[in-house]
Design a protein around this ligand. Structure first.
Ligand code: TYC
Length: 104
């Protein structure tokens, strides 16, 4: 049995500080325009954002009336991919639909 059972060899213990911040999140938004057909926007929302028909209709009408609307919130990489896919799909179909991402 040592004479000093709590001898710590001079080691100083400090409370650990968190070294990393949680990663930022990004919302993917659709912008309204006067030319993209409503049916096409509903197709985009079901195809790329996993919405059912009813939810896609609600979001499409919100974008149509308010000018802009959120499709979902993702990591930067996933949000970038969705924006690229939606804009490419819209161009392939000759629609001016615009999709963007914004940090939350
Ligand atoms: N405003 C379009 C129309 O009346 C429909 C529309 C909705 C377009 C949402 C884009 O992000 C959009 N045909």
């Amino acid at each position: 049995m040592p004479s000093q059972p709590f001898q710590d060899d001079g080691v100083v213990l400090e409370t650990a500080r968190p070294k990393v911040k949680p990663p930022k999140r990004y919302q993917v938004v659709l912008l309204n325009d006067d030319f993209t057909p409503m049916d096409f926007v509903v197709d985009v929302l079901t195809r790329f954002f996993g919405m059912d028909e009813a939810k896609a209709n609600t979001v499409m009408l919100a974008v149509h009336t308010k000018g802009k609307g959120t499709c979902g919130v993702y990591s930067r990489e996933v949000a970038e991919m969705k924006v690229m896919q939606v804009n490419q799909y819209a161009r392939e179909h000759q629609h001016p639909l615009q999709c963007e991402m914004e940090v939350v």
